[in-house]
Design a protein around this ligand. Structure first.
Ligand code: MN
Ligand code: MN
Length: 485
């Protein structure tokens, strides 16, 4: 490939108007324009290296359980110890602790030199993604097909989940109380699953329906088998064969589904996208493309020779896509319990209200194919770096935590001081829709919090798209936040 030659106009060539415009306008540039020139092979290598390790992590962690387990393994390798091992004692500066909350959420911290009462620097992301969960009695037979009934999880466009390969992930608890982990459809030799779609030849009526009704929630049934069990006397022969296979492989019966947590996710792997390989297409960028940089930023802090000034904390929560409910979601006390264990019950409230947080979550990248729903001047753009969203919510900022101007400007000055490329982004035009994150939950505890993450195309679809340079910039931005806030 030919080497790019960069030409820079001499400053003197500029007219007074051009100079003034440069000084006064806010116009974030595409970050790639500053990468890969003469003598900058290092940055290019770092961006691609980071993207490669991220893709690997995505393939390992397609569910909240898998991702948090993979993250916990990285922490252990870096010398983090479980919270219980403190035995109620307060950790000293430099201590590295973590807690894996019920195998789904993850908390970790590197204790700083300043007392915890002075507050923490927190990165909070989520590791659950939209998917199809099995119901508690999912398996049935119809016309010699075995099918699995699902209940979708999170905000999805249902029609997007038909006619694609799906993989089965999750846990069964067998009759003896033993947990059996399941992951089927990820290796090339594994079988995969799918939800059938109607052929266009017969879809005349379906095509007249609204997009939201063309494929309904109850239509999302997964094709799981078609071969009868050879016994004339049995009624549901295909279902019996499937159960006999599940019994052989996992030691379970139909009753085991009642206590199981089985999730179906797209069976494809994370891939480089585009001729220039500038992007990554994958399932589950929301919100692992923020969770992973957050985790890596804390690992970087942990690997430094001296402890950070302030304590760094990373929270990878679960259940964000369904409102952060449950005892692994951000609305639970899991986060506060962890902080209380570090700073002591007596300091908890003071510590929280003195803390700073980036609610690390994705934003909608401007999509020229759907330009009408975006406010061009207030959208985030792929390739322009880390996105800050002062507020989320919908219809008159309803449900938004709306970061304070003083805090926002302080975060931005840290970014500027560290050379981090940033942009801001509001999720679509006013009254076109909206969304939320875990920011409002942190705000309730008195924490200064701001939404900040990676711009994404095709959000919540089975195959979301991000830019490699935004991913890397986000990591650098999160690291600057932990170090300098
Ligand atoms: Mn999210
Ligand atoms: Mn989401």
């Amino acid at each position: 490939m030919a080497k790019e030659v960069k030409t820079k106009a001499k400053h003197d060539d500029k007219t007074p108007g051009q100079k003034l415009a440069e000084e006064l306008f806010f116009a974030p540039k595409n970050c790639w324009e500053e990468v890969g020139g003469e003598g900058d092979e290092k940055t290019e290598k770092e961006i691609n290296g980071f993207a490669d390790s991220y893709k690997e992590m995505l393939d390992k962690g397609k569910t909240e359980r898998e991702f948090s387990a993979a993250a916990a393994a990285l922490l252990k390798k870096a010398g983090f110890v479980p919270l219980e091992s403190l035995n109620g004692k307060k950790p000293e500066a430099g201590a590295k602790v973590y807690e894996h909350v019920r195998g789904k959420a993850l908390l970790c911290a590197v204790i700083g030199k300043m007392p915890l009462r002075a507050g923490l620097n927190i990165l909070g992301a989520h590791v659950d993604s939209p998917r199809l969960d099995l119901k508690q009695s999912p398996l049935y037979e119809d016309c010699d097909f075995a099918l699995l009934d699902t209940h979708y999880y999170g905000g999805i466009k249902k029609y997007q989940w038909t006619a694609i390969p799906l993989a089965m992930h999750g846990v069964f608890i067998n009759g003896k109380g033993k947990k059996i982990e399941v992951r089927l459809g990820e290796n090339d030799k594994d079988p995969v699953f799918t939800i059938t779609d109607l052929l266009p030849h017969l879809a005349k009526e379906q095509m007249q329906k609204k997009l939201s009704e063309a494929v309904e929630g109850e239509d999302l049934d997964i094709l799981a088998g078609s071969r009868p069990y050879n016994d004339e006397k049995v009624k549901e022969k295909v279902k019996l064969r499937i159960l006999s296979i599940l019994n052989r492989e996992y030691g379970i019966t139909e009753e085991s589904f009642a206590s199981a947590e089985i999730e179906f996710v797209p069976a494809f792997k994370a891939r480089d996208l585009g001729f220039d390989r500038s992007m990554i297409g994958a399932y589950g960028h929301d919100d692992r493309c923020c969770a992973y940089p957050a985790l890596r930023a804390v690992l970087e802090i942990a690997s430094a020779k001296t402890p950070p000034e302030k304590t760094s904390l990373c929270y990878l929560s679960d259940k964000e896509e369904i409102g952060s409910e449950g005892n692994t979601g951000a609305q639970s006390w899991g986060f506060e319990n962890f902080v209380a264990a570090l700073c002591g019950e007596e300091n908890l409230r003071h510590c929280l209200s003195s803390s700073f947080m980036l609610s690390a979550d994705v934003n909608a990248a401007f999509d020229p194919g759907y330009a009408g729903v975006f406010d061009k001047q207030n959208s985030s753009y792929m390739g322009k770096g880390l996105v800050f969203a002062k507020y989320t919510g919908s219809g008159g900022k309803y449900g938004a935590s709306d970061a304070n101007a003083e805090y926002l400007s302080r975060v931005l000055s840290v970014m500027k001081a560290n050379g981090i490329k940033w942009q801001f982004g509001e999720l679509g035009k006013v009254d076109k829709g909206g969304g939320g994150t875990i920011a409002h939950i942190a705000a309730k505890m008195g924490i200064e919090v701001l939404d900040c993450g990676v711009p994404v195309l095709s959000m919540h679809s089975p195959f979301e798209v991000i830019s490699k340079i935004d991913l890397y910039t986000t990591f650098k931005g999160y690291l600057a936040f932990l170090k300098d806030m």
